[in-house]
Design a protein around this ligand. Sequence first.
Ligand SMILES: Cc1cc2nc3c(=O)[nH]c(=O)nc-3n(C[C@H](O)[C@H](O)[C@H](O)COP(=O)(O)OP(=O)(O)OC[C@H]3O[C@@H](n4cnc5c(N)ncnc54)[C@H](O)[C@@H]3O)c2cc1C
Length: 581
Amino acid sequence: MEILKHDLLIIGSGIAGLRAAAQAAYTAKIDIAIISKVQVMRSHSVSAEGGMSAVLYPDKNNDSLDLHAYDTIKGSDYLADQDAVELLVRMAPLEVRYLERIGVPWSRHPDGRIYQRPFGGMSVPRTTFAADKTGFFIMSTLWQETLRFDNIKYYHEHFVTKLIIENGEFRGVTAIDLKTGELKLILAKAAIIATGGAGRLYRFTTTAHSTTGEMLGYAMRAGLALKDMEFVQWHPTALVPSGILVSEAARGEGGYLVNKEGERFMKRYAPQKMELAPRDIVSRAILTEIAEGRGFVHEESGMGYVGLDLRHLGEEVLNQKIPFIRELAHKYAGVDALSELIPVRPAVHYTMGGIHTDTYGRVLTPSGEWVKGLWAAGEAASVSVHGANRLGSNSLSECSVWGRLTGEQAAKYAMEAPAPSTDEKYIKIAQEEESRIFDKLLHKETNGISVYELKGRLQDTMEQHYGPFRHESTMKEGIPKLLKIREDFSRIRIEDGSRIYNQNLKDALELDGMIDVALAVAYGALARQESRGAHYRLDYPKRDDVNWLKHTLAYFVGGQLQLSYVPVRITKWTKFEERKY
Ligand SMILES: Cc1cc2nc3c(=O)[nH]c(=O)nc-3n(C[C@H](O)[C@H](O)[C@H](O)COP(=O)(O)OP(=O)(O)OC[C@H]3O[C@@H](n4cnc5c(N)ncnc54)[C@H](O)[C@@H]3O)c2cc1C
């Protein structure tokens, strides 16, 4: 078994991971490694479309840092930690300018100013973008930037199977080199977890196939806590029937939503903001229209949907501001957005919860102590700036800001920390992991359960029991189904018996972690007896600040999932209004 050592290990090569690597390299001449289960440019961040929020021109746009913070906190249904939000809005403009300096081609006004468009829940236009391929441009620029440093090493297509944490300190990970099937022990002084969200817990989702979130499950197994996992975001406009995202940029540029009667129905749900109300509100409005018979029905899939109308925007706006949307609608739904409605309905899009950290991204135990040497950033982390509902375009800002913050802190820490220990016990842990995976999981069980059948059952259970409209009775029925899926995992069948590029094995390892994450969502949702942001309960339709203005923590004690709660950090936004838009 190969044993490798680095000063700093960054797990994940999306925007958060790459930004962290760049900042660590600016901070210290240390040995940095980035590990990713996919090649860098296949990380989910590449598919981000609409843009990145930041206050760039307060005078011209009538904007301010306080207004951005207020929009984010109100959008979060008051569950965001306000000190973290203040940090986000203060640093986001610096990050937009940093990304510009290293080469991101932001879309611009003719006078050279960076263009900003309106986005849902934002009071003024503050979403900075590069056409509707923002993630692609940020990723390719950050990748290029990290390649300048000879002290950054990439482990592409290496799948992390376990976090090794001992006596409250990070020690290392085990990872499979997917190309060879070799298990490696990678020890490091410090690490940043930047492994993204868990959208694939659900079947109808806009997220990449790799956005499975197993690391969140592995984190719980390593004794860490997940925060606010019951808050799952549905994006209002996914293409029917594929689930491919039609970015909010389409509505930001002036697109309408219409039901089959041709009515702009958002006037009944959010009369002021209309289509640019926050995503939880627009998603529930669309689903209500469909449920009450005012939606269209997709012939082949039977899916209900509404129409996204871009026809009035004209060819120039479509081709210059949102060309990708026009292309996707044409390729995957067979419609020309210039003359036809685009068929859309809500799909799972984002994980508001994540690994429990403090404001600076330091990973905390369930009882609130820092796990020395460990940080988390991006969608995998819950710092928490999005609370119960994320505003569109705040995620790329979060990834960049906390990539920078964690990269700098971890590099400074690694400079001072002693070399990683190569004690025999870590080798033993890795050998046990190798045996768990290659002797026990990769066995030749011929009549076991298919990975894909079990994953399908997991996704269907999540769709049916923990969707956008929740109720105690349906959620209670979902728990035994999830527990049965957990039990059935021990009889999983892996058909590919080889070690080389064994996708079947990788899918099983993902599913293993996903089941635990699903349980955290389910138990958190069942326990929270109120409606807040994306967590909407038919049996408790109102927000309850007296009993539920608090974060949920989910973690394992003796193999059993437990919940506890920690307070929301409030700074100066103390008036918890009803969210009307
Ligand atoms: C279609 C779409 C469009 C979006 N558009 C926008 C937008 O315009 N603006 C906005 O603000 N937000 C947007 N979002 C949200 C935003 O894209 C994501 O929140 C953000 O890109 C997440 O970045 P990340 O760096 O945290 O993780 P990711 O980009 O998801 O990267 C995760 C990394 O972790 C690695 N990894 C995961 N598990 C393992 C493992 N077990 N072993 C090794 N490596 C592992 C992966 O290989 C990958 O490199 C969009 C989301 C979707 C679905």
